[in-house]
Design a protein around this ligand. Sequence first.
Ligand SMILES: [Zn+2]
Length: 449
Amino acid sequence: MIKKSLFAGIIVAGFTLSAHAADKWKIIHAGTLLADAREEVKTEQSIIIKNKNIVGLRDGYITASDIDGATDTEIIDLRDQFVMPGLIDAHTHILGQQEANSREKRVTRSSQYTTLMGVEFGMRTLRAGFTTIRNVGADRNAIFAYRDAVNNDLTIGPRIKAAGQTISPTGGHGDSGNGFRDDIFPHPHSGICDGIAECRKAVRTQIKFGADHIKYVATGGVLSRTATGTGQQFTDEEQVALVQAAHAMGRKVAAHAHGRVGLEAALRAGVDSIEHGSYLDEGTADLFVETGAYLVPTLIAGYTVERIAMERPDFFIPAVRQKALEVGPVMKNALKLAYDKGVKIAFGTDAGVNDHGTNAYELVLMKEAGMPEQAILIAATINAADLMDLTNVTGTIEAGKEADIIAAAANPLEDIGTLMNPTFVMARGTQIDLDVPRPADLFPWPEGY
Ligand SMILES: [Zn+2]
């Protein structure tokens, strides 16, 4: 037994050595290149990639012989395409999606099956041009396993930063036991907490098991099955305790917030981002600017729940339908107000509410809300990377960063909707096969896909 494994070890070592000697080089010929969304586009550019990383940019279309020591070089012809950094979605729930009989599945589906759903939904997200996601609430064991498998190159998917369980008060927006009999859902998950000590412990527990950041619910939410509105849920003191516990351990905090009072409490507590932000006003926007927090607008979540509530009146229970009809329409105005007041915006969808793979429709809704195309692209690349502490890794196409690169047939600075149909996706140096049929989901995809 020992002999056999020793022999296998030698073979593996020999193979690894020769594989390392043969680096994989790729040169992308980009007809139009937006390497950094803050800058001007350039034409006829070459992007040089060695294994996972971008190693340089050159004017004109170069070949392998122009690079010292480059062997095994693939030329990727995007001379008639618009090339830009991979998109980043800072608000996803990658392990699940709205579906029929979701309550029954909540108490019958295994964590392991949920992980595999994440693998499929992650691929749909990646093929949609999103090479990085920030997951903000999920089955903790499932999401950390999936994140680690992707980030360790065990499987292909978008780069993932994950929160673990959503932190919520008992009966609050993130309490998945809401409405169940207590013998069916006997134990609250590790993110449920009340009072300062419990809140600190809930945060520390997520971090202990691998959370990259913390997500808590400052206010009620639309899809929780309770008629408890969208006002403040955690008290001011609890929110301060949550944020302090996370920051003390080097983790940023995302707060789900619709109602203004709870939202402002979250900003005062020092959160790094507000998710949704539906009922913010001018005073709230000033507070954003003062604290430097990002707004993650999730317009497509509002669009989706409003559309379902109108087109399929029986899909939601009445309490949820009511909230969906109220919150959906106000979100665009909130984004416009925030953008005009100089609030920092990071792109995020709430994917899982909308179907995974439709993420880029958020770009169109942001444009409809009144944001210029360039600001939208900054939100979906540089700002989202900054919020996720990934500025040195992704968000622009420049030497030293990982090769997260997408292309579209038209110029998104003139037609943002072109990004709903990317023509090329590369994640960390690996080109993704886009020739996969779109799934038939519960709801028809927005027009344009
Ligand atoms: Zn969410």
